[in-house]
Design a protein around this ligand. Structure first.
Ligand code: SF4
Length: 245
């Protein structure tokens, strides 16, 4: 993902990079948190290996920015930023996510979590503690394609996260899918849309195309996706409002 990132300046803060949780911080965005000025904290490491992933360096690399450095960044931006988006990688795979979010909260920022849903236990406890103001959940693939797309067989865990979100109405959330036509097709998208509707999801379902190609490396070395999606068919048959990018 192209982002103008704040990076560790490597001037020697004495704590080294060992265990640094953040790959980078995008200091300013008006696109990732609806109606709020936010920064994005990119948590290094991921518990999936999606073939279309275009952030391999975040997934497999070590972090470069430590907790104290990230808190100093936020402390200096109180009153300038309104929200912090936790993305990755997969933020819920980081064991110190909850304690770190508590400190972000203490600064007065709203919090959005972007997640692949593989840690329903973490999601449930963050929700129960009131640490989340917004969630974006990636619906990677229907159960039958989940392993092939994500490299994990844990569809049941994703499913629990989806149900946890659908059964609460305190925290707004959105569901989105990233499609590369070599992995998923229109029938898969409709399967996911019907599954969402069946579970009670009433929001907009965001479908976006995967970014891939010779100059945009992916974990699975996918070619550029040249096949057009049959948008008219999707809109006609989807039980939910779709946005397709
Ligand atoms: S696309 Fe998949 S592998 Fe890449 S960061 Fe997201 S969940 Fe992890």
């Amino acid at each position: 993902m192209a982002h103008h990132a704040y990076s560790h300046d490597d001037k020697g803060h004495g704590n080294g990079h060992r265990g640094a949780p953040f790959h980078a911080i995008t200091p300013f965005t008006m696109l990732d948190y609806p109606d709020r000025i936010a920064c994005i904290m990119w948590v290094a490491g991921c518990n999936m290996r999606c073939l279309y992933c275009h952030n391999p360096q975040i997934v497999t690399g070590k972090g470069a920015i430590g907790e104290q450095e990230a808190l100093a960044f936020l402390g200096a931006r109180r009153g300038l930023l309104e929200a912090v988006v936790f993305s990755g990688g997969e933020a819920t795979a980081w064991p110190r996510l909850a304690p770190f979010m508590r400190q972000v909260r203490a600064f007065g920022f709203a919090i959005k979590l972007d997640t692949n849903g593989l840690r329903p236990d973490v999601l449930a406890s963050l929700l129960a503690e009131g640490l989340l103001d917004r969630v974006a959940l990636d619906y990677k693939a229907p159960a039958s394609r989940f392993h092939a797309v994500t490299g994990t067989k844990a569809y049941a865990r994703f499913e629990r996260s989806l149900d946890i979100l659908c059964k609460q109405d305190t925290v707004p959330f959105e569901v989105r899918s990233t499609i590369h036509s070599s992995l998923l097709d229109e029938n898969d998208i409709l399967d996911m849309a019907h599954d969402l509707a069946r579970r009670g999801y009433r929001g907009t379902y965001a479908v976006q195309r995967a970014i891939a190609g010779p100059d945009r490396p992916t974990l699975g070395d996918l070619p550029a996706d040249m096949r057009a999606i049959d948008v008219a068919r999707l809109v006609r048959l989807s039980p939910l409002d779709l946005t397709i990018r």
